[in-house]
Write a protein that binds this ligand. Structure first.
Ligand code: UDP
Ligand code: MG
Length: 155
């Protein structure tokens, strides 16, 4: 099964939305395999947002992302990279669809509550960047058999 990285951003920390945001992913049926609270250093942030380094807004984005610790989470599920991106909604939160996390809870482009990996390749890189192997947990979840049909999870 795929794994993907989610960051719960400083606006969610400041607004007290961490629990509600985690619940949205749990409610979807995703399996928690790693979670921690951490500050983002310059090097980690520059690697994470390397596609934005030249953008005029990046200094603002960086100081926003460093304004509080963030919650880093690794979720696991069938095709979960795409499923999690859809659940988050588009970057510009005030245009994000109702029903998505950004669409329901945010208005800003920068302060859009969550980060989610944007492709299978990016997810593999980002999970490795934020978590050591020893911080990711494989275990049997009793939820799996109820969330999926057997033909989806066997082979
Ligand atoms: N961002 C911003 N201004 C912009 C575009 C992006 O502040 O014009 C911030 C925003 O927090 C966004 C993050 O940079 O979530 C990463 O941008 P990306 O285009 O990768 O969007 P995402 O994948 O988070 O939807
Ligand atoms: Mg992105």
């Amino acid at each position: 099964m795929e794994r993907t990285l989610v960051l719960i951003k400083p606006d969610a920390i400041q607004r007290g939305l961490v629990g509600r945001i985690i619940s949205r992913f749990e409610d979807k049926g995703l399996k928690l395999v790693g979670i921690k609270f951490m500050t983002l250093g310059d090097q980690l942030l520059n690697e994470h947002y390397s596609h934005l380094l030249d953008k005029p807004f990046f200094p603002g984005t960086r100081s926003f992302m460093q304004s509080t610790p963030v919650v880093a989470i690794c979720w696991e599920g069938l095709d979960c990279v795409d499923a999690v991106r859809r659940l988050c909604g588009v970057t510009k939160a005030r245009e994000a669809a109702p029903g998505t996390i950004r669409g329901d809870l945010a208005m800003s482009v920068q302060a859009n509550l969550v980060h989610a990996s944007d492709s299978i390749e990016t997810a593999a890189t980002e999970v490795k960047r934020f978590f050591d192997d020893s911080e990711l947990f494989g275990y049997s979840s009793s939820m799996t058999g109820a969330v999926y049909s057997s033909d989806e999870i066997d082979g």
